[in-house]
Structures are given as structure tokens and as C-alpha cells.
Design a binder for this molecule. Structure first.
Ligand code: BGC
Length: 801
């Protein structure tokens, strides 16, 4: 039961458009939210959609994946094994500043008379464009158009345009195009989800220089010792340009252009920005800034040769391929279609060129959650990427594999064997200072292993599975075998895992959390199965694995036994799965006595108050039923859902997608649609009230999941893909595509039938509504939908300003 309202942006100002997010008027009221939802990023660098001319309250700067500052965490009371190193993403200089002076008046959106305003984030061109007309009191009228993109083809590059046209009158024009290090004035206002500011100078300038149209800044990050170089270069064309001078100081590079603006004259500035950083991991040798500067020079030289139009063409090409594989079409509902494409666009923006790095919880659209990587990627984002962009999915899993040594060290530190991945991190070290809702989430290991197994099954990438994948599975299985214990009673042997926190962060440090046990059991079983397969069929890989992990035969047998005897709490009287051993004995939360403004509870109640009640931040058993549906029958799923749904506040944005999927599965159409609407409009309607902090990337991944696994009816936990689609009545159709073992499967759900089409490869047997269907490449297979869904939710989100 979500304690939230869906109050969308007014459609008069943000009209629905299937392929773009559009803003037709600017108000300060929506500024912070639109900075997030119009943000551009390529997975390596990201820019919030701040207005070029600057605004006192905007969070500015370039968010670079992995560029962080760190510090020694000072715990008020120390204890052994507490996380030691705090890490937070820090903004690199902002290349999008253009200060425009006409007749010596500065353009400031908050006070200027602006007409014909339109800003557009186009999902096919990957460009953020803005067009507006500025009327000055003295009668001069200028049109300002701009464009920006974070290149998907060249990950270190930002390409921008800033064009001015004098429509009426004449006046001197000055444009100051800048690359500016913004003083870090962050203030977390007591919200633990936000990043803190610093009281030291974080970016220490090593060199700053201006050379004709190019300006270069080089920095070292004070404590993390990471290095950064960034540079801008310009191509300026136009009429009556009188001067162009470059400047550089420790925190600013700029090119100042002056011109005599006469009616009809134009000035067009193409600006490229390049960013290069050293490797994230502090143990590797730090690249000196002058080498990074050379790389910036090369990036800029290439960009100048390619030109803005060339970069735009590369961008469009990348996105054409992306949409070809990844688009989800929803017929008959433009608002939902727009929100779905917006979500998918933001996922690829967060992931595309993360190449060797993780995906921060907010992507690169805001510094909340400090740019940390969580389980969000493996459980919420990787399903989409695995099925549509397997190369990107593989990179993300390889990234986890590279963190294994840190995870091994952490396991030792907390008294276990194998590897324990950090709950939140940039460098690979645990960065969560609050262990109850951090380190105690031992399920992180099984989430990563789950993603490895799914990736391997869906893609058939044996090389990855038998190598990096196997190492992850072994080390994580080892961790669970060491963390848990066998208990012998008259009833037999059972394996228990105590002292852990499940996904629901409102119930911490418990015994036998059902989610953790179910996921750990799969982790242990998958590791055992894979090792057995390697031993029998891939001796080389098996020997390599032994060499890397010191694997012993007995331990593999222990994993098998632990998986088979894993304890799962069950309450026979209620017929439900308790979230953990004691959950059902906790006092019920007083939902009726808790007014809306007290949500999220974490901002209004001491954690202990929350922990002693039956109240959920996010889906826990319900998530386990989605990920391990083979362990539950339909009635059990329905009973569990009905028990936990009213207790789930949705204070985490990770909940709604999963609740929608399970509601779909049990045929609860109205709940499925209601939760889907919360999820799909999470940011566009600022459902959680914190879109200004950045895009909820996991919720965006959840949108794809609730469509494909929910309405699209996919189940992929068994050997075969099975489908049982059900279309909401306000949709005319739903089309989506999946890559299965290198072959593409298109699924078109119409009102009364589903059309499956396999595009290549050998025959594929799937299951449609319980019947097996053999798909042959190039042949359409039509299957009737027999179960009718009687839902009354035809409405879409109406604009409420
Ligand atoms: C959720 C976590 C999630 C994190 C980052 C928290 O509010 O409880 O499950 O990983 O946000 O999105």
C-alpha cells in the first residue's frame, strides 16, 4: 500500500510525446526536478539539465562515474570490522556554462522576458536541445538555441552548440563560454540519502591553461588522489565578431567572444568538452594529470575533425541500434509510452559506456547515494540489459568480478570465508557506515550470483560463465557456507543463516530472513552445479578455477547439502512465509495513525521504533517470490502478497515494480496497474518526492520488469521461457523483444492473441499458457490469450499542477 500520490507535471507545460520529453515553459518551481529528468549521460559522464546561463540554486558540475573523494569514517563508537573508508562522487567542472550578455544585460531565466521556450530531451537523437526567444527591455530581441549530448560513441566527450540570432534591434553581444569548477556547496539537510559536502578543497588544481580556443584544467582529488583533466574547445562562426580571448585560472577556463549584434546577425558556437580520469582503484598507479591532458587533447582533436553533426550522427546511430533491440511499444497510451521510453533511455544513459565501472543508484544524474553502486544493478537493471544489451550486461558483471579481491578481504574482516561484496561502494571497499542496513545485507552476494546465472542462461556466454562467473559463484557460495550453520534436530538437518538484513531495510539483523535463505540456497546450488559441470565437461576451466580459488571437493558437497536443507520459515496457521523467524511476532505498525507527511518513515522515526514493528520499506518476501517463483505455488504467492502488501510503505522506489509483477501473476489487475503507474511515473511525477536528487535507476529497470515479467507474462526461472501475457485494458497492444542465446525473439501481445516471432537460429520451444509451442526462425506463431483481465483502469495520469 503506497503512501504516495501521483501528481504529474502539468501536461500543458510537458505535453506527451512518444519519443521525447518536452518542456514548453520554464518555472523555478520545477527546476530541480527537470534538472534530473532532462539530464544527459553516457554511463561514464553525466550532466544535469541545468540551464546554460546558470542559476544560483542549481546542482552543477559533471558527474564522472567513479570520480570520488574519500575519508576515514569516524564512528562515534568504534567496533571491529566497521567500514573504514567513506567514498563519495564529486562533481568535475561544468562545461555547459554559457553566460550571455546582450546590451550588457545578462540572460537570467528567472528574471528575463522569455517567449517561445522549448526544451526537449530526444530519445532517438540523444540530444538535449533548447530554443527560446529573449526580449530585452530596450527592445532588442534575440533567439537562443542550444544543444548538448554526452557522446555514446566517444565516452569522454560532451558536444554542445550555442547559437544566437538577433531578431530585432542592435546591441553588443558578449558570450562567456566556460568550464567551471563549482565550489562544493552540497548540504545534505539531514537526509541520509544525500551526499555530504566537504570542508576542504576537494579538487586541487595542478595546471590551468588557455591556448587560443582551447582551455585545459588539471586536478588531483585531495584524499583519494584520483587525477582528472578536462578541457573545452570551440568553433565560433558568425557575423561581426570583434574579439575572442581565452582565459584559464585554477577553477575556470573560458573563452570570451564579443560581437556587434545587428538585426539578422548570428553567432554560432560549437563547443566540445573532454574529461579523462585516472583509474578508480587507489591501489593502482595513478596516471599523472599531464597524461590525462594529452588524452583530452586527442579527444578534442578527434571531435573537431568529426564536427558536431558527425557526433550527432554517431549518437543517433547508437540509439537506433539500441531502440531496435530494446524498444517496448505500448499502443493506445501516449503518456505511458513516453514514460516507458524515458525509463529505458535513462537506463542506457546510465549504463552504455560505464565500461568497466558500475552503475550508481542515480546513474550520473545526481550525487545522491554518493555515486555508490548497490544491488540495484544486478536485480533491477541487469534483467533488461541481459535480454537486450548483453554486451553491456557482461561488462557490468566483469566489473563485479574485478572487485573480488576486495570482497575476499572483506569476508575475512567480518569473520567469513569466500568473498563478501560491499553493500555500497565505489572502490570495492565497503562504504556503508551503518552496518544494520548496510553490511548486514549479506544477500548482496546472492543477488550478484543470481545475475551471473541469469546472464549465462539467457546469453549462453559459456566463456564468461566458466571463468569469471564461476569464480564469483564459488566465492559467494563459500561465504554463505561459512556464514550459516547446520542445525540437527529430531526433524532432521536444516541450514540457517542468522544475523542478517534482507532487502527490507525497516527490519534489520534478523535470523533466517526468507529472501536471504532462498537466494543463498540458489547461490549454493548454482555453484555446486557449475563446479560439477566443469569437473565433468571443461577440465581446463575447472583447473583454472581451482588455481584461483583453492576449491576443494568436500566444500562443494557442503554447498549442495546446505542448499538442500536450507531452512525456510513458514507459518502454518496463516499459510504464509514469515519475512524472518520473528517478524510475525512484532507489533503491527499503526498505519491509520501515521499521516502521509510522516513518510518516508526513515526521515521521521528513530530506526529502533521502525525495527520493532511489522512495517516494510520495500518488498522482501514478495521480491523472493518473483526471483524464486519455482519455490511457491499460486495460492501461497497470493497469501503472501495479501499479507505483505498492506505493510509495505514503498518508502523505497525499488518496491512498486515487484509488487506489480506479483499482482499480475495472481490476477490482481487493479493492484498490478496501480503499482505499475507508481513505478512508471516515479520520476516524471516525482512520486517519491526526491526526483530532484537524481533518476531512480532501479525503478526505471523495474518499469521494464513490470512490463515484460508482469503484463508480458514472462517467467524465466525454469529451463524454458514461459509466457502468460495479460494486457491492461487501456493498452491496445504491447510489443517487446528479447535476445535469447544470441537470437532475437519478438513478442507482440495483442488483445486476444500473442504473436511470437523468432528471427534466427535453431527452433526454440517455449511455453505459452501452459502449452509448449515450437518457434521456427522467420515463422510467426499466433497463440490465443485465454485468460481475460477485467480491469477498470483505463485512465492515465492526468496533469495536476
Ligand atoms: C533501498 C536499497 C537500495 C538503495 C539505493 C535504499 O533506499 O532501501 O534497497 O539499494 O536505496 O537505491
Amino acid at each position: 500500500m503506497l503512501q504516495r500520490d501521483i501528481v504529474g507535471l502539468p501536461t500543458s507545460m510537458y505535453p506527451p510525446d512518444e519519443w521525447a520529453l518536452v518542456e514548453t515553459a520554464w518555472t523555478e518551481r520545477y527546476m530541480a526536478v527537470t534538472e534530473t529528468i532532462f539530464a544527459i549521460s553516457n554511463g561514464y559522464l553525466g550532466l544535469r539539465a541545468v540551464q546554460e546561463e546558470g542559476h544560483p540554486h542549481a546542482e552543477r558540475g559533471t558527474l564522472i562515474n567513479g570520480l570520488h573523494e574519500q575519508w576515514q569514517i569516524e564512528h562515534a563508537e568504534e567496533a571491529f570490522g566497521f567500514a573504514k573508508t567513506g567514498q563519495t562522487i564529486i562533481p568535475a567542472p561544468d562545461p555547459r556554462r554559457f553566460h550571455l550578455y546582450v546590451d550588457d544585460e545578462i540572460l537570467n531565466l528567472a528574471s528575463a522576458e522569455v517567449s517561445e521556450y522549448e526544451r526537449r530531451l530526444d530519445f532517438r537523437t540523444g540530444q538535449l536541445t533548447r530554443r527560446m526567444t529573449w526580449r530585452l527591455p530596450a527592445g532588442v530581441v534575440v533567439r537562443v538555441t542550444s544543444a548538448a549530448m554526452t557522446s555514446l560513441a566517444q565516452r569522454h566527450l560532451v558536444a554542445m552548440r550555442y547559437d544566437i540570432e538577433v531578431l530585432e534591434g542592435s546591441a553588443p553581444i558578449v558570450i562567456s563560454s566556460q568550464l567551471r569548477n563549482e565550489a562544493d556547496s552540497r548540504d545534505n539537510a539531514g537526509d541520509p540519502r544525500l551526499a555530504d559536502g566537504f570542508d576542504h578543497e576537494v579538487l586541487e588544481c595542478v595546471d590551468a591553461r588557455a591556448d587560443s580556443t582551447r582551455q585545459m584544467l588539471e586536478y588531483t582529488v585531495a584524499n583519494s588522489k584520483m587525477t582528472l583533466a578536462c578541457a573545452i574547445d570551440h568553433v565560433v562562426e558568425g557575423d561581426h565578431i570583434t574579439d575572442m580571448t581565452g582565459h584559464a585560472t585554477a577553477d575556470r577556463g573560458k573563452l570570451v567572444i564579443t560581437a556587434d549584434g545587428v538585426e539578422g546577425s548570428r553567432i554560432s558556437i560549437t563547443k566540445f568538452a573532454a574529461f579523462h580520469t585516472s583509474a578508480v582503484n587507489p591501489s593502482s598507479t595513478v596516471t599523472p594529470t599531464h597524461q590525462l591532458a594529452d588524452r583530452c587533447d586527442r579527444t578534442l582533436d578527434r571531435a573537431l575533425r568529426t564536427g558536431f553533426d558527425g557526433v550527432a550522427a554517431e549518437q543517433a546511430e547508437y540509439l537506433e541500434d539500441f531502440w531496435d533491440r530494446s524498444d517496448v511499444q505500448i499502443g493506445g497510451n501516449t503518456t505511458v509510452q513516453q514514460a516507458v521510453r524515458w525509463s529505458l533511455f535513462h537506463i542506457i544513459q546510465a549504463a552504455a559506456r560505464s565500461d568497466g565501472l558500475g552503475i550508481p543508484a542515480k546513474g550520473l544524474t545526481g550525487s545522491a547515494y554518493e555515486g555508490h553502486y548497490f544491488w540495484d544493478t544486478e536485480i533491477y537493471v541487469l534483467p533488461f540489459l541481459t535480454y537486450t544489451q548483453p554486451r553491456v550486461a557482461r561488462n557490468l558483471l566483469q566489473f563485479r568480478h574485478r572487485l573480488l579481491d576486495h570482497a575476499r578481504a572483506r569476508a575475512v574482516e567480518v569473520g567469513e570465508r569466500g568473498a563478501l561484496f560491499p553493500w555500497r561502494t565505489i572502490t570495492g571497499e565497503e562504504a556503508s557506515a551503518y552496518y544494520e542496513a548496510g553490511t548486514a545485507q549479506y544477500h548482496i552476494d546472492s543477488d550478484i550470483s543470481y545475475a551471473v546465472d541469469k546472464y549465462a542462461r539467457v546469453t549462453g556466454d559459456v566463456e564468461f560463465h566458466h571463468d569469471a562467473g564461476a569464480e564469483i559463484l564459488v566465492e559467494t557460495a563459500r561465504m554463505y557456507a561459512s556464514l550459516g550453520f547446520f542445525r540437527e534436530t529430531d526433524a532432521g538437518t536444516s541450514f540457517h543463516i542468522h544475523g542478517v538484513t534482507g532487502p527490507d531495510e525497516y527490519t534489520t539483523v534478523v535470523n533466517d530472513n526468507a529472501y536471504t535463505n532462498l537466494m543463498a540456497a540458489k547461490n549454493l546450488a548454482d555453484a555446486w552445479k557449475l563446479v560439477t559441470r566443469l569437473r565433468e565437461h571443461d577440465r581446463e576451466a575447472h583447473l583454472r578455477l581451482i588455481g584461483r580459488t583453492g576449491l576443494r571437493r568436500e566444500e562443494v558437497e557442503t554447498w549442495r547439502r546446505a542448499a538442500r536443507t536450507m531452512y525456510l520459515p513458514y507459518d502454518a496457521a496463516k499459510g504464509i512465509t514469515p519475512q524472518d523467524d520473528h517478524f510475525l511476532s512484532l507489533e503491527p505498525w499503526d498505519f491509520e495513525g501515521t499521516p502521509r507527511e510522516k513518510y518516508p518513515l526513515l526521515l521521521h522515526f528513530h530506526p529502533l521504533v521502525i525495527y520493532r514493528h511489522q512495517v516494510l520499506k520495500q518488498a522482501d518476501v514478495v521480491l523472493a517470490m518473483f526471483l524464486r517463483d519455482e519455490c511457491f505455488d499460486d495460492e501461497h504467492i497470493a497469501r503472501n502478497f495479501e499479507y505483505y502488501d498492506p505493510l509495505t510503505t514503498g518508502d523505497s522506489s525499488l518496491s512498486t515494480s515487484v509488487q506489480s509483477i506479483i499482482a499480475s501473476r495472481i490476477g490482481n489487475a487493479s493492484k498490478a496497474i496501480e503499482y505499475f503507474r507508481y513505478g512508471v511515473f516515479m520520476d516524471l511525477a516525482d512520486v517519491a518526492g526526491n526526483t530532484s536528487h537524481g533518476v531512480h535507476v532501479a525503478a526505471a529497470g523495474g518499469v521494464w520488469m513490470s512490463i515484460v515479467y508482469g503484463f508480458g507474462g514472462l517467467t524465466d526461472t525454469a529451463e524454458r521461457l514461459t509466457f502468460r501475457p495479460r494486457l491492461p485494458s487501456s493498452w491496445d497492444h504491447l510489443h517487446y523483444s528479447l535476445m535469447w542465446q544470441g537470437h532475437r525473439l519478438d513478442v507482440a501481445v495483442e488483445r486476444s492473441e500473442v504473436i511470437y516471432q523468432l528471427n534466427s537460429g535453431p527452433d526454440l520451444v517455449i511455453d505459452h499458457e501452459g502449452h509448449s509451442v515450437t518457434l521456427t526462425a522467420g515463422v510467426e506463431e499466433r497463440c490465443p490469450i485465454t485468460s481475460v483481465w477485467d480491469d477498470q483502469h483505463r485512465g492515465e495520469v492526468e496533469s495536476v499542477a
